[in-house]
Design a protein around this ligand. Structure first.
Ligand SMILES: Nc1ncnc2c1ncn2[C@@H]1O[C@H](COP(=O)(O)OP(=O)(O)OP(=O)(O)O)[C@@H](O)[C@H]1O
Ligand SMILES: [Mg+2]
Length: 480
């Protein structure tokens, strides 16, 4: 396999990046660029096997495969009654599960292992969907069922209307090459190839010509902050940098779906946070559907739009972090979230309520009509909006009455606006808005990124939410 690079990358490493570890290279003296899928002992056997599965069918068909970059946004994954039982008679295991036995009982009775049991959920286009659960709960199995690196025992996986479980070998190869990329925990880089060649690997499998794949690989390396490192070898990079190469390789084929199995778990905490930020930044630039497996709740809360919690092969609960935090399905889920500060997770948008009168200035912009509106309402405050419902200010019944008494009915309503009635943003956490809510004499207005009014957060609402999550954390039924 010809490399993208043409000059001696090793000498480049010595002359320009001399701080990088190179003399202790475990492959010192071994000729580079020998095996296209050359992997050494540092890559665990399972990943090796997965990569083999990934490239093997293609190697017989590579001439025929053409990369097509899909313009429209896609990437919806529907999982329907998916099962994976490891063992000789998986259908017997399924029957036991359907009869109400659990994973442990199936193992004891049949010696077979339940990987995934009757999983059904939908992952929406463009979301970061985090799968969490204890070790052995079935996270890796389920993610490998999505691209059929593991064959399901039963059930279906539908991606953008296409039934992945019914695909022929050749369809599956194309699908994996163009629609879904995978990023592994152990990076699974090829040690004999440069950073650039590693990043271009998926494109090479897809038969993209050298010039184009090198250009694309350079672009994705730049996206992940590795411009200038293209000619080095993986063992000359830190762990965090190696994982960036893994990410660049996944992104290079421009997949609509990225599967990441504990992709950041091997990194130390600071680098891990950096990589999470990198992923969020990339997601902002180009939204993909990302299925992200993690053990780490902080990570899940930080990057996940929704979280699925797995236990013993079952998907126990799927929801937004605050959904789960406020209504955990059982003690197992509750235990996962114990200790989480809900004010970090729940945002103003999650608790906003449209409980107060609104006054649209173009229609009812006079003091007199505002006075009418507020008199007919039980509320003391009204929220003034423009014709596009963008927030302008807050008025109180008393303030409007005073202005009227001063004989200023034709003056603009803005004269009665309360001072310092600033809105908070929809995305701000409860913790962020706490000072405003605590000190404000009226419910705090909430707006979206365009300044459009969404409702208010009152002190009462704020405290009730806190009370409910506390109850949920303590395993008691809370107020709804
Ligand atoms: N190839 C296999 N053969 C037999 N059993 C398997 C195989 N792969 C996984 N399992 C079993 O399936 C169950 C789910 O494993 P899986 O690797 O999906 O767990 P996980 O949630 O990813 O765990 P971890 O957090 O440790 O990575 C486990 O009980 C495991 O022993
Ligand atoms: Mg796993």
């Amino acid at each position: 396999m010809p490399p993208c690079s043409t000059h001696n990358a090793r000498s480049y490493a010595f002359t320009t990046k001399c701080h990088i570890r190179s003399e202790n290279s475990p492959i010192h003296g071994v000729p580079r660029e020998t095996t296209p899928c050359g992997l050494r002992d540092r890559v665990p056997l399972t990943e090796l096997l997965l990569l083999f599965l990934f490239c093997h069918p293609f190697r017989q068909r590579r001439e025929g495969v053409i990369v097509t970059f899909i313009g429209e946004i896609m990437g919806t994954i529907r999982v329907e009654n998916l099962y994976k039982i490891f063992g000789n008679k998986p259908k017997d295991g399924m029957k036991m599960l359907k009869d109400g036995h659990d994973k442990q009982a199936v193992l004891e009775k049949t010696g077979m292992t339940v990987g995934v049991a009757n999983a059904s959920f939908t992952i929406e286009t463009g979301e970061i969907f985090v799968i969490m659960g204890l070790s052995g709960s079935g996270k890796s199995t389920i993610v490998r069922l999505l691209n059929r690196l593991i064959e399901p025992t039963s059930g279906r996986v539908i991606v953008d209307g296409q039934d992945v479980t019914a695909m022929s070998d050749s369809e599956l190869v194309k699908f994996r090459l163009h629609n879904m990329s995978m990023v592994f925990q152990s990076f699974a880089l090829m040690p004999h190839q440069t950073v650039l060649d590693n990043a271009a690997f998926g494109l090479e499998l897809a038969g993209v010509d050298k010039e184009k794949r090198c250009q694309r690989a350079r672009e994705t390396l730049e996206q992940v902050g590795l411009a200038g490192w293209e000619d080095l070898y993986p063992d000359q990079l830190s762990g965090g940098m190696q994982q960036r190469v893994g990410l660049a390789r996944g992104l290079a084929v421009d997949p609509e779906i990225l599967l990441m199995d504990e992709a950041f778990s091997a990194l130390d905490p600071l680098i891990r946070t950096e990589m999470q930020d990198e992923l969020l930044k990339l997601q902002e630039e180009h939204q993909r559907t990302i299925v992200f497996i993690s053990h780490d709740l902080d990570e899940a809360l930080r990057i996940g739009d929704r979280i699925a919690i797995m236990e013993g092969g079952h998907v126990i609960q799927v929801g937004t972090p605050d959904d789960i935090l406020q209504n955990p399905a059982n003690d197992y889920v509750r235990a996962f979230f114990r200790g989480v500060d809900p004010t970090n997770v729940i945002s103003a948008g999650d608790i906003v309520r449209d409980t107060h009168p609104t006054i649209i200035v173009t229609k009812a912009g006079s003091l007199r009509t505002t006075h009418e509106i507020l008199s007919g309402s039980e509320r003391e405050h009204g929220y003034v909006l423009d014709a596009k419902r963008r927030f302008l200010g807050v008025v109180s019944s008393e303030g409007v009455r005073n202005a009227l008494e001063k004989g200023l009915p034709d003056k603009p309503l803005s004269q009665a606006f309360l001072e310092e009635a600033d809105p908070v943003n929809f995305d701000e956490s409860m913790q962020d808005i706490l000072p405003m809510v605590a000190t404000s004499s009226w419910p705090v207005p909430v707006v979206d990124a365009d300044g459009v009014y969404k409702g208010v957060v009152s002190q009462n609402r704020f405290l009730r939410t806190l009370h409910r999550t506390e109850d949920a954390n303590q395993g008691e039924g809370g107020e709804q």
